[in-house]
Design a protein around this ligand. Structure first.
Ligand code: SF4
Length: 498
């Protein structure tokens, strides 16, 4: 049996080079794109290739292109080699050119006629008598414009909805947002992951924290990392391997699963708090209560920075007025609930109380020198209960005084959103009600939306999916509403700009 050894052509010295960042996650690692005509390639000597090193060379060096980093596209009618490789010159994020599994396969996303991506649409498609048929860009744009015009003239802007974007960046998000909030002027906008335009992490906002506020350098400077809501090694590999793990912080990791990071934390003097799914609010409250019970809270920070009842009332922000509490009230609340105490928390969360005691000690130093503690969470937290648990973990950060200092931050990864002013009843309705009601937040009740433009993000993954068809086809509204779903695919030339 013979084994075929695959090879990847090296970019010649005159290859076109551009610098990009990976779009998969907010870590945004730096990459370089090399393009040159198929049929030519550089040599193995450092002076003969655009990577500037002698081959063979080391992997994870930002100079060694693997098969997954290479593809051949067609550009301007010419077969073109493309290599997308971690940027060895990167001085931030993926310093020195390392990469995660996802980032290392960016080239495979590009459209190729004969490859994995050959099932993509090349033109806009129109559904005619149950069949999708290709149409031109001009026709597609004209059709969407006419349907929009008809919708606005027949009803109003509230009958026009937009489902937009999915991990893409400035150009398309700016254009889409300007169209929806500016030109159309409708509040019926649904970002790729959420049923409505609003706070992604309202509990955190109410605690007074800007999400996405931390720097990776703080991960490295921290003594203790409290991490919940996703496994950083699996989902933010560079952040974990380049910033968190080398910093040597003790990790307290919250996850119902025994993952790599859970094992790593336990092996390096940390903890895995293996909660029952959906019980993290009780866990954060229990840790805070244990901290109070021992007098380990950051009393100075609390004294200097927590709002009083009067201050909260004076702000007039209804959610903070409704749900905000002074610190004394918060502590009383924790002490009054059995699920936050030794007698109830293990049954509620599945986490032994001894581990909660240990977590409280590690996070605060247990009365000794206070460590720099960083509290981090991800979508496993804010895409579940969202309000209660994000408020609870935000409060834990406050108890720890983990804010505004090197290596001591609380943060989530979340974007801000524009204000939808026209229908405050939709924007604010059901903010705290159970998940079964959330899909209705972005669709006016009574089936009054007649047209939805869904762009670069499918409706199905959102909670709105089960409600969309019945809402749109409700008796009394149009039985077959205009429905333009899925923006046409970009040309191969556009794709190479990722
Ligand atoms: S960690 Fe991976 S997925 Fe995230 S930006 Fe970096 S390469 Fe992309």
């Amino acid at each position: 049996m013979t084994t075929e050894i695959a090879s990847v052509p090296l970019p010649p010295v005159d290859a076109e080079v551009s610098v990009i960042c990976c779009e998969y996650c907010p870590v945004a690692c730096g990459y370089k794109v090399y393009k040159w005509p198929e049929g030519t390639e550089g040599g193995r000597g450092a002076s003969e290739n655009a990577l500037g090193v002698d081959f063979p060379t080391g992997t994870l060096s930002g100079r060694w292109p693997s098969q997954n980093m290479h593809t051949v596209i067609e550009e301007d009618g010419q077969a073109t080699n493309v290599i997308i490789i971690p940027d060895a010159d990167s001085e931030v994020v993926n310093v020195g050119g390392t990469h995660s599994v996802r980032g290392g396969a960016l080239a495979k996303k590009l459209y190729t006629k004969d490859g994995l991506t050959n099932d993509r649409y090349l033109t806009p498609m129109l559904k005619v008598n149950g069949e999708h048929v290709p149409i031109s860009w001009d026709d597609a744009i004209d059709l969407v414009a006419r349907l929009s015009e008809y919708t606005l003239e027949t009803w109003d802007e509230l009958a026009w909805g937009f489902k937009l974007y999915s991990y893409q960046f400035y150009e398309n998000v700016f254009a889409a947002t300007k169209l929806v909030l500016g030109e159309i002027g409708t509040p019926n906008i649904s970002p790729h992951h959420a049923p409505a335009d609003g706070d992604d992490v309202p509990g955190l906002s109410d605690v007074g924290i800007d999400a996405f506020g931390s720097a990776f350098a703080d991960d490295k400077a921290a003594d203790v990392l409290f991490i919940a809501g996703s496994d950083p090694y699996e989902t933010k590999t560079i952040r974990f391997t380049t910033w968190q793990q080398p910093g040597g912080a003790t990790i307290i990791y919250v996850d119902p699963r025994k993952t790599f990071t859970a094992a790593y934390a336990e092996k390096h003097d940390g903890l895995h708090l293996q909660i029952l799914p959906g019980t993290d609010t009780a866990l954060y409250g229990a840790i805070a209560r244990e901290i109070f019970a021992n007098g380990w809270e950051d009393a100075e920070f609390i004294r200097d920075h927590m709002a009083s009842e009067d201050e909260i009332a004076a702000e007039g922000k209804w959610r903070r007025v409704q749900f905000g509490r002074s610190f004394d009230q918060y502590r009383e609340y924790l002490e009054a609930e059995v699920d936050f105490g030794p007698e109830g928390v293990e049954a509620a969360t599945g986490v032994p109380y001894a581990k909660i005691q240990e977590a409280a000690k590690i996070l605060t130093g247990g009365g000794g020198e206070r460590p720099k503690t960083m509290v981090l969470f991800e979508k496993g937290v804010y895409w579940s209960h969202n309000y209660e648990n994000t408020a609870a973990i935000g409060n834990l950060g406050m108890v720890l005084g983990a804010v505004g200092a090197k290596g001591a931050q609380r943060a989530a990864w979340v974007v801000t959103s524009a204000v939808a002013r026209k229908r405050p009843d939709i924007r604010w309705t059901n903010l705290l009600t159970p998940m079964r009601d959330t899909p209705l937040r972005w669709i006016p009740r009574g089936g009054s939306i007649r047209a939805i433009h869904a762009s670069a993000g499918s409706l199905e993954p959102t909670g709105s999916a089960p409600w969309v068809p019945p809402t749109l086809s409700k008796p009394g509204s149009r039985s077959s509403p205009p429905w333009v779903q899925r923006s046409p695919q970009p040309t191969s030339r556009q794709r190479t700009r990722h």
